[in-house]
Design a protein around this ligand. Structure first.
Ligand code: O7M
Length: 223
């Protein structure tokens, strides 16, 4: 499976709309990534309910960027639910990502680091530091990294430098402009897709179509 669904909001107070969508698409996706607006709006009951129906990778997208102790304290709140958490890489190792990685390893959780982002502004800082970011990622050895489908040449560079062990998760497909399958073509393992599924009148059908398009995109790029 090559699609991670991003859920950033719900339209109901109890999040039942999300549960109903996940009931329909859970068996088609490799993971579920929950974003900050959703996490701040709902209590942990929603996570527990999501967990009951969707046993695949639950990724908590906190985009952490703090000192180690505070990041650990934050993740502790989610440790009974999350399989993986996302942190920024630019904060560095010493006193930050080293502590977070140790904590996650001890608690059997995966670390996913942001290596570059899908919006244009990522070129201003993240992409100027690509050498340092790759060095840090080699040093920390996270389970996965996030790289933009909107600038897939970046994916190629990281993949070449890092080899195949670290998973690459790539947002920017659909609403942000990249075509399904394009990031996979450049070496990503998963495409993170949110609104094209969650805002669709028929999320199940939208997911099916996106998966079909991913496959077609990958076939085209191998030709
Ligand atoms: O498909 P979308 O555009 O509705 O959603 C994309 C999701 O990917 C959304 O949850 C964003 O927070 C996330 N994302 C980006 O869009 N760009 C990035 O550079 C990084 C992320 C992300 O997931 O970072 C961990």
């Amino acid at each position: 499976m090559t699609l991670v669904v991003a859920i950033d909001r719900s339209n109901t107070e109890d999040g039942k709309d999300i549960i109903s969508i996940l009931n329909n698409i859970c068996n088609m996706v490799a993971g579920v990534k929950l974003g900050m607006p959703l996490l701040l709006k709902h209590d942990l009951n929603l996570l527990s309910n999501i967990r009951k129906i969707c046993r695949n990778n639950l990724i908590i997208d906190l985009k952490l960027a703090d000192i180690g102790e505070v990041m650990v304290e934050t993740v502790e709140l989610f440790k009974n639910y999350a399989d993986a958490v996302i942190a920024h890489s630019f904060i560095g190792k010493n006193g930050a990502l080293d502590k977070l990685k140790n904590y996650l390893d001890e608690n059997n959780m995966k670390l996913i680091l942001v290596g570059s982002m899908s919006h244009k502004g990522s070129e201003e800082i993240y992409d100027k530091e690509i050498g340092n970011i790759i060095k840090l990622i080699k040093d920390i050895n996270p389970w996965g990294i996030v790289l933009p489908a909107t600038r897939p040449e970046i994916i190629k560079v990281f993949r070449r430098e890092l080899g195949n062990e670290i998973k690459i998760l790539s947002p920017g497909v659909g609403v942000q402009g990249a075509r399904p399958g394009s990031a996979l073509c450049y070496g990503a393992d998963y495409e993170i897709i949110g609104r094209s599924i969650m805002n669709s009148p028929d999320p199940k059908e939208a997911t099916k179509v996106l998966i079909y398009e991913q496959k077609r995109g990958m076939y085209e790029c191998k030709k």
